[in-house]
Design a protein around this ligand. Structure first.
Ligand code: TMO
Length: 309
């Protein structure tokens, strides 16, 4: 009887405490943040890691495949996915959502575009651009040694698009071949080499990116995207990618229970087009390391990120 009363009191006290909303402290286990193969994502990993460390949490970084990572988040091997680009990763992310174990933590302020892209001077070489039909009529300008007389499109690394580009070229019956770049750096090296010779070039690119500033360039305009138009989604493949795609944040479903304060902050985090372009530019234009770029971004934007705490 006395024990029961005691228990009842303890329960009353603990419900009082819960009612007062005293938050559970974050786990000291590291929050695992993935790094992929493009600049803003890696810099942003260190920016977000720095924000979590500012509240006393621990973080670790793990290089991860940009498609397989959603399965790793679902399993808890990786805690967050902070740049889920609609066109390139939407399918892997949605598959993980359907399977369970991953949370959609909302979108960044920035919209995204991922598409075939050419530098501004190429518009003078092929005046019908940005239409894809005009590009196709100029295909011989884009031929390289080894492209068999067809135009050559330099796609991103294979883990980004798989067969999608080849499907599109075939569906639209284009006079182009695709080559996969070994890294995003190979895309920028090709742009630089082509510009030196005033040579026509078309590569995969995206926005926000460092190329939003500078000499400029444009995305090729393909037939409009609609849900399901890609071949891999069951469509005919005769379409471009979304002109204003979303950029989402993903998290392991146990993050809110295990790191409640970090999760609340993560929920508030929202980067703009300017923020993300800057994270890329500090590395790809200014030549900083990703870590140094993140440190600089945090120092220059304290008012922004402290408002998320
Ligand atoms: C996912 N990416 C930004 C490389 O298109």
């Amino acid at each position: 009887m006395k024990l029961l009363k005691h228990l009842a009191t303890a329960a009353a006290v603990s419900s009082l405490v819960l009612g007062a909303n005293v938050a559970q402290a974050d786990s000291k286990e590291p929050i695992v943040i993935p790094t992929h193969n493009w600049t803003s994502q890696i810099t942003m990993a260190y920016v977000i890691g720095g924000i979590f460390e500012s509240i006393g949490d621990n973080v670790s970084y793990v290089p991860a495949d940009s498609q397989a990572v959603y399965e790793s988040i679902r399993n808890g091997d990786v805690t967050i996915g902070h740049e889920v680009w609609q066109s390139t990763f939407g399918k892997s992310f949605n598959n993980a959502l359907d399977a369970g174990g991953i949370i959609d933590v909302g979108t960044h302020a920035s919209a995204t575009q991922e598409e075939w892209w050419y530098p501004a001077y190429v518009g003078d070489l092929c005046p019908g651009l940005p239409s894809w039909e005009a590009l196709n009529e100029c295909s011989d300008l884009f031929a390289t040694a080894g492209s068999g007389g067809q135009g050559r499109y330099l796609d991103g690394p294979m883990d980004w698009h798989g067969q999608e580009t080849l499907d599109r070229i075939e569906a639209l019956d284009m006079d182009f071949t695709a080559k996969f770049a070994g890294s995003s750096g190979a895309l920028w090296a090709e742009l630089e080499s082509a510009a030196k010779d005033n040579r026509a070039v078309v590569v995969f690119n995206w926005s926000p990116n460092f190329t939003d500033a500078g000499d400029g360039g444009s995305f090729v305009e393909f037939p409009a995207y609609s849900d399901g138009c890609k071949k891999s989604d069951g469509g005919d493949g005769m379409c471009g990618s979304p002109p204003a795609g979303w950029l989402k944040k993903a998290a392991y479903y146990q993050m809110p229970a295990k790191w409640p304060t970090a999760y609340k902050i993560y929920n508030n985090i929202s980067f703009t087009k300017g923020d993300i372009g800057n994270m890329a530019s500090l590395v790809d234009v200014d030549g900083m390391s990703h870590e140094a770029a993140a440190t600089k971004w945090l120092a220059d934007n304290e008012a922004t990120w402290k408002s998320w705490l």
